[in-house]
Every structure is written in structure tokens, then in C-alpha cells.
Design a protein around this ligand. Sequence first.
Ligand code: HEM
Ligand code: HEM
Ligand code: FE2
Length: 482
Amino acid sequence: MASKYLTGVGSESKQLATWYFTFAAILFGAQLLFGLVAAIQFIMPGFLYGVLDFSIARIIHINALVVWMVFAMFGSVYWLLPDETGIETVGIKIGKLLFWIFAAAIVVVVLVFLFVQVGPADDTTIWFITEGREYIEAPRWADWGIVVVALGFVGNLFLTGMKGKQTGIVTVLMADMIAFAGLYLAGMFFTDNITVDQYWWWWVIHLWVEATWEVFVGAIAAYGLIKMIGAHRKVVEMWLWIEVAMLFGSGILGLGHHYFWIGTPEYWWEIGALFSALEPLPLVAMFIHVLYDWGKTQGAEMAKEGATEDNVKSVITNKPAFTWFVLNAFGNFLGAGIWGFFHTLPQVNLYTHGTQFTAAHGHLAFFGAYATILIGMFYIAIQGTNGIKVMHHTKLSIWSTSLITGGMMVMTIALTIAGYVQVLVSRAEMGATWAAYFDGQGGVWFAQAMDWRLIAGIVVFIGYILLATDLLTTGKNPVHEK
Ligand code: HEM
Ligand code: HEM
Ligand SMILES: [Fe+2]
């Protein structure tokens, strides 16, 4: 479905980006559907029992999450590369071929999760059904496929970055994406010691979301600010370098906050406490960066002669995308920064570990830090593929943004309350015994929070349907300026 507006330098790269975005958007929908199934099972444990058990619904929910985000991240890079480097992506034909291999592999993995589900306790299960490491549960054959695709992607990025104009954004992405792909290897080898296994598994999970993915977000935000509000590249890239230094500075040893209770030496308490407590700082910087640039650009327009409210607003060339970028600044700060900080000190984590509090943080952080900005990138691609100069909000974009964001906030609050009940009843009052674990979940506050999570989930899903409809139809909507 090549668009007539995707012509000239970089059109192939942008077309590949749209494939990645499309597949990502579909997987996002699948993620939400399986989340709903898991949420219903919390309330009615017999729901789909024996057909689609909680363990499988949960696996698909969180793996689809990771995969759709990785697809959307690859798509974002293929989209912005020609804009930044001024040339077509080098090796784009191979990039396109790898997309199909990647997409086919993911479909097969999901079908096996759905229809085979479990296998014998030996190597065949690891190779063909699941490797069993939360969030990256794909079997080993798929792991190797992913490694090949990631190498091709990094190859595209490096060859293009070296041949074309090398902006700060491209340089940061080159360094970041090689770390991102390389870390995946830490989640691939097998050991029969669960502590060692968890130790390395966190290298993927934590170092991805709290180091390499956050740096990616910094780079995308920088690109978006230049593109959508005409922010000055010099200022934006200066911020980007500061953020990169702070993110890696705190995020790498912040890894210690997952080493409190898995059997690693006790010095991780101090290391984890100190460095992970610093992790919200770069998120504050990213937050200020977006709002500062926005204010500055608008201020400059306001100061111009003859400026009115209306023509100042039109400085933003893509309103739905920019809304999602601003939500990203807030969401990243709240979900990762605040909700992360809540439970990051070992003294607090002793009580919150393994409660719904973790899930509250996990939901708001993944949503706030990543889903938001990636949805923003979907809109930037829609703008480009439809040759739109200024993209306005539509009724659908306003409703979908509000329902998805509002729903996720309510879900987070419900899960936080559930976690609080578990901390008080299961841990503080009853002393973390087996009976306490069940008592904590038997109470009315916990049960009601689970109901609210489901209600909020349904709202998010309705928002998703509206979002998908908007993405499919907005290109032809006459409200936009061509
Ligand atoms: C966008 C960035 C982030 C994302 C997507 C994210 C996501 C998550 C998720 C999904 C978990 C649960 C992992 C599991 O299944 O065990 C988790 C755990 C945790 N996160 Fe984050 N997080 C982010 C940033 C942060 C930050 C900045 C902090 C600290 C300031 C933090 C502190 C923690 C802690 C302490 C845990 C362990 C909770 C426990 O097991 O007791 N996170 N995070
Ligand atoms: C329709 C909306 C959603 C519903 C009903 C839902 C429901 C659920 C349920 C029931 C679980 C299992 C919790 C447990 O094991 O205790 C879960 C886990 C998780 N979900 Fe969702 N979810 C939804 C949307 C999302 C979104 C939009 C994201 C991120 C962008 C997300 C990220 C996660 C993560 C990271 C976990 C693992 C958390 C952990 O282990 O701490 N979910 N979700
Ligand atoms: Fe972490």
C-alpha cells in the first residue's frame, strides 16, 4: 500500500516504517484483548479455564506488549532516518525482507503459545514452545531469528548513519540501538541456577526500559520537537546529550533495585538504593525539555507582530502527535519516575515486592514512557503518508486519547490501592505468611480494585478501537491542511 505522497529520497525507508507501524498497532490491540481476558480471570477464575488459562493470557499480554513496542521503535527509526541523514536507508531491500521474517516469526510464536501452550520439561520446550523468561518468552529458534533481524536493522542504521549526514540524533540512536540489540543476548543462554538466570534476565528487562529504551525516547522526542514545533536543533540536541548522560549514569547501576531479594550479595541494597533513587532525575529533565521547548517556540511566535491565539496554535504541525508527545513527558515522569521511586528503596520494597503495586508501576511506566510516544509516531507517519501539512485533532483523536489515557490512570490507581491493601494486610499486619497472602486478596478493597481494573481496561479498549479508526480514516479527513 504505497502512498502517492511517499516519493523521493527515503520513500522506501518510510514505506517500511509504515509496515512496522501497522503490525505494531495490530499487536497493541491483541495485547489489550489478552489483558482483558487476564483481568476477567482475576474476578472469575473459571473464565476460559482449560482453553486459555491465565498463564497463557498473561504471557501473550506482556510479550505482545514488548513486541509491538519493538516493532514501533524499528518503524520510528526507519521513518526518521531519511529526514535526519538526507539519504535513502542503505540496504533497505534487506530491511524489507527481514520485516516479513520478523512478522511471520511472531505470528508463529503466538500461535504456538495459544495452541500448544506447554511441553515436556526438556530442551524441546525451550527450543520450540517457550523459554520461560517473563516478557521475552519466545522459544529459542525465534530468539535467533530476532537476533538476525536486529543485526539487519542495526546494519541499516549504521550504514545509513555513516554515509549520510550524521546529526546528534542519529549518533545517539546508533550507539543506543547497538546496546539495545546486544542486551537481548543476555536473555538467551540457559543456566540451571535460578539466581544466575534472574541476574542476567534483568540485564535485558531493566537495562532495556531504564536505559536503552529511555535514550531512544529522548532521541524520538528530540526529532518530534524539531519536526512538530520547529524547535532549534542546537538546543534540542544539547538537552539530548545531557539526558543520555544522566540516563546511563543512573540507569546502569540502578539495576541493583532488582537484586535485593534474588540471592545476590547484599551490597546490591546500597548500590540499588542509591542509583535507582537517582533515576527520576533524567525523567524530570526530559519533562522540562519538552515543556520548555514548547513554551519557548510558542513564546517566540506570540512575540511576533499580529500574533493571535489562533495562528500561534498553528505552530504545532501535528496536534494529535504532539498531544501524545506531551502525554509522554508527563507519563514517563509519573509512571517511571514517581511510581518507580515509590518502591525503589529496599526498606520500602521489602513490603511492596510482588504485590499489585509493582503492576501499578509496570502499567503506568510502560504506557506513559513508551505507548504514548509510539502512538505519537503513528500519527507522524499518517501525516507523512497523506501529505498533510498541518494535522488537526479530530473528534476521534480527542476521544481516543482521553479514553486511553483516562482508563490507564484509573487502572493504575486501582492497582495502587490493591497493592496498598496487600502491603498492609499481607505484609505489615500478618507478616508475609502463606495465609496472609490469601487474606490480603480476600478483602473487599482488593476485590473492588480488581473490578475497577477491568472497567478501566474496557474503557482503554474502547479508546483503542477509536484510535485505530482514527488512524485508518484521518488521512482523508478534510479538517487537515494539505
Ligand atoms: C519507563 C521506564 C520503566 C518501565 C517501563 C518500568 C517497568 C517495570 C515493570 C514492568 C516492572 C515489573 C517487573 C517484573 O515483572 O517483575 C518494574 C519493576 C520495578 N521498577 Fe520499574 N520501570 C521503569 C522505570 C523505573 C524507575 C525509573 C524506577 C525507580 C526510580 C523503577 C523501579 C522499579 C522497581 C524498584 C521495581 C521492582 C519492583 C519489585 O519487584 O518489587 N522503575 N518496572
Ligand atoms: C485493556 C487494558 C489492560 C488490562 C485489562 C490489563 C490487565 C493486565 C493483567 C490482568 C495483568 C496480570 C497482572 C498480574 O499478574 O497480577 C497485566 C500485566 C501487565 N500489563 Fe496489562 N492490562 C491492560 C493494558 C496494559 C497496557 C496498555 C500496558 C502497557 C502499555 C500493560 C502492561 C502490563 C505489564 C507490564 C504487565 C506485567 C506487570 C507485572 O508483572 O508487574 N497492560 N495486565
Ligand atoms: Fe528496574
